[in-house]
Design a protein. Structure first.
Length: 257
């Protein structure tokens, strides 16, 4: 007696979906690693397929553009969730703990120290098909940090007049600047120092807002801009390769560019 085809049950569909998700994640992880080491341009679909032994890669991604966008999403998820979640920030100690995990995660990497998202942004800055995804990723990252700073503000640990969005942008700039300086000097401790200083600056924002002690004055002369600050930090633009610029937070009393 011939048996009919095995009926598709909910359990079978669930197992198939899990297999599909697992295979897709493995492809994205491999692509992310290769693109971080080699660059996007030097990583082909064939390279990723060979590395993962995925013969059905086209079932997961229509083309390389779709794969690169998935890598961008993956790198954002690592930044937000891979360090126990930016959503857990609700105090200055919590923020410092999150930043410590960001730094400690780099210790397992054999350099050069670099933010995977920033690396992608630098290489793909002239590619209109990726810029919306990169812009959204950095805005999301900023938004999570700003939400954490608002929770700190709600606890009364940050002045009510402080702007969490502005502070989050400065903090993210410090993270990126820390990556750059660590890479330049070949020491991850430099990144820790930069982030310690950024957190200390944020924690003193309430005093700055109340006393008005911090001020930044810009004047332009033949040699560039001059900035002075008593208690705050200067945000400088430094070249970081391929004509791009990275923002670095640096403690200073008087700095000339």
């Amino acid at each position: 007696m011939n048996e009919g085809p095995t009926p598709i049950t909910g359990g079978n569909r669930s197992a198939t979906h899990r297999h599909h998700q697992h295979a897709r994640a493995a492809i994205v992880d491999a692509a992310a690693s290769m693109m971080y080491r080699r660059g996007v341009a030097a990583t082909s679909i064939g390279d990723v397929s060979h590395a993962t032994e995925a013969r059905d890669l086209d079932l997961h991604f229509r083309d390389k553009t779709e794969l690169v966008r998935a890598v961008i999403d993956r790198e954002l998820a690592v930044q937000l969730d891979g360090h126990d979640g930016a959503d857990a920030i609700d105090s200055w100690d919590g923020l410092d703990a999150w930043l410590s995990r960001v730094v400690n995660a780099q210790r397992a990497v054999d350099g050069p120290f670099a933010c995977p998202l920033a690396t992608l942004a630098t290489e793909l800055r002239h590619s209109p098909e990726y810029r919306p995804a990169l812009d959204a990723a950095f805005r999301t990252w900023e938004g999570h940090l700003a939400a954490g700073l608002r929770r700190i503000q709600e606890r009364g640990e940050l002045d009510s007049d402080a702007d969490p969005d502005r502070l989050a942008a400065g903090l993210l700039a410090a993270v990126q600047g820390g990556y750059l300086l660590a890479s330049v000097h070949g020491r991850i401790e430099v990144m820790r120092d930069v982030l310690d200083d950024a957190v200390a600056a944020g924690a003193s924002e309430a005093d700055v807002a109340r006393t008005g002690a911090g001020s930044v004055d810009f004047s332009e002369d033949g040699s560039g801009w001059v900035a002075t600050s008593l208690t705050w930090r200067l945000s400088c633009l430094l070249p970081c390769g391929q004509g791009a610029f990275c923002t670095v937070i640096w403690p200073c009393a008087s700095v000339q560019r």
